[in-house]
Design a protein. Structure first.
Length: 336
């Protein structure tokens, strides 16, 4: 009995010692999905998660990358049907949910338009704004209602319909990486993939993770932003803007976000919209439609759909040329 009590005591002491080990900040970073990634987390383990994180990207790319020959999304675009894996199914179903919620303002079948405007893997034979007849033809293949999901099978009811999930896949990847860390027993982390982020727990100072965002300086007319900060705990954040991928023609800037209704690339007065939601997947699903809606419609959409849990910050150019910001009621609570 004394022996058993001794073993029990040693076991409890070992557990207590392990629990008292200090958490240290670890980081993994690299390039993936055409951008950078940085994963920060608190751990007692000295082993790096780098290779396993890279393998997560590789698996998702085999499903959703338009740059990867033989990926599931390329198989669908070539044949009009595919048996999806779990990653593709999650992204397609979320995309269709966002399409229905926004009445088609978000639509992954915009691939023909994305390529026509020069923002795809291959480039058109011209530069600048596409001819109206080309836009009209591409529009005939756009419409989320052409997609059918039955179990893990995705098909289209119209030959020639293709999909591009780049407007949502990055946010999904962020959350997948977060879940991967949790499976390793890591519950304090910040995942950043190309500026789309999710955060859980606290940082190395035991405080809520802080994320930098761009805000206009008072009286700014040229948009030379100042650094703002928001606190992020158990939330995701995504940003869509006209400064990442774009081209200028005349005095108009055309950004890579395409309106599925008109076939025209974004060229309104919105510089960017930053969305905070329960996870990065949701934030990323709605940042593009919110920037297409514009400030008034976008903020009204958020207020009318509290079930979505969205908060947004708009940066836009006012009629007098000044750079201004507007945000939903709940977004203010995230400012530091």
């Amino acid at each position: 009995m004394r022996f058993l009590l001794l073993l029990t005591g040693l076991f409890m002491a070992t557990v207590a010692s392990a629990q008292e080990l200090p958490l240290k900040l670890a980081a993994c970073e690299g390039k993936a999905q055409g951008t950078y990634y940085i994963v920060k987390y608190l751990t007692t383990d000295t082993a790096s998660q780098q290779k396993r994180i890279d393998s997560v990207f590789a698996v998702i790319d085999q499903s959703l990358s338009l740059y990867k020959p033989g990926s599931l999304i390329n198989q669908f675009n070539a044949t009009g049907q595919v048996t999806m894996d779990g990653h593709m199914q999650a992204v397609v179903e979320k995309a269709l949910f966002a399409s229905k919620a926004t009445h088609g303002v978000f639509d992954i079948t915009v691939k023909p338009l994305v390529y026509l405007w020069g923002f795809g893997v291959t480039k058109p034979g011209f530069k600048g704004v596409p001819p109206p007849d080309s836009i009209k033809k591409a529009l005939s293949y756009v419409g989320y209602r052409y997609l059918r999901v039955k179990g893990d099978h995705l098909s289209t009811t119209k030959k020639g319909v293709q999909i591009d999930c780049n407007g949502i896949a990055q946010g999904y990847t962020v959350d997948v990486l977060g879940k991967f860390l949790e499976q390793q027993g890591i519950h304090n982390y910040l995942v950043d993939v190309g500026g789309e982020l999710c955060a859980k727990g606290v940082n190395q100072q035991g405080k809520t993770w802080r994320v930098g965002i761009e805000r206009p300086a008072p009286g700014d007319t040229t948009y030379e932003p100042i650094q703002g900060m928001v606190q992020l705990q158990n939330k995701g954040i995504a940003t869509s803007g006209n400064y990442r991928r774009f081209f200028d023609q005349g005095r108009t800037r055309f950004a890579h976000t395409i309106d599925p209704a008109t076939g025209i690339a974004l060229h309104n007065n919105i510089i960017s919209v930053t969305v905070i939601a329960k996870d990065c997947f949701t934030a990323d699903a709605f940042d593009n439609p919110l920037i297409l809606m514009g400030v008034e419609k976008g903020l009204r959409f958020i207020a009318e759909h509290p079930e979505l849990g969205l908060e947004a910050l708009y940066i836009y150019k006012a009629a007098d040329g000044s750079i201004k910001e507007a945000y939903s009621k709940g977004f203010a609570s995230y400012f530091i």
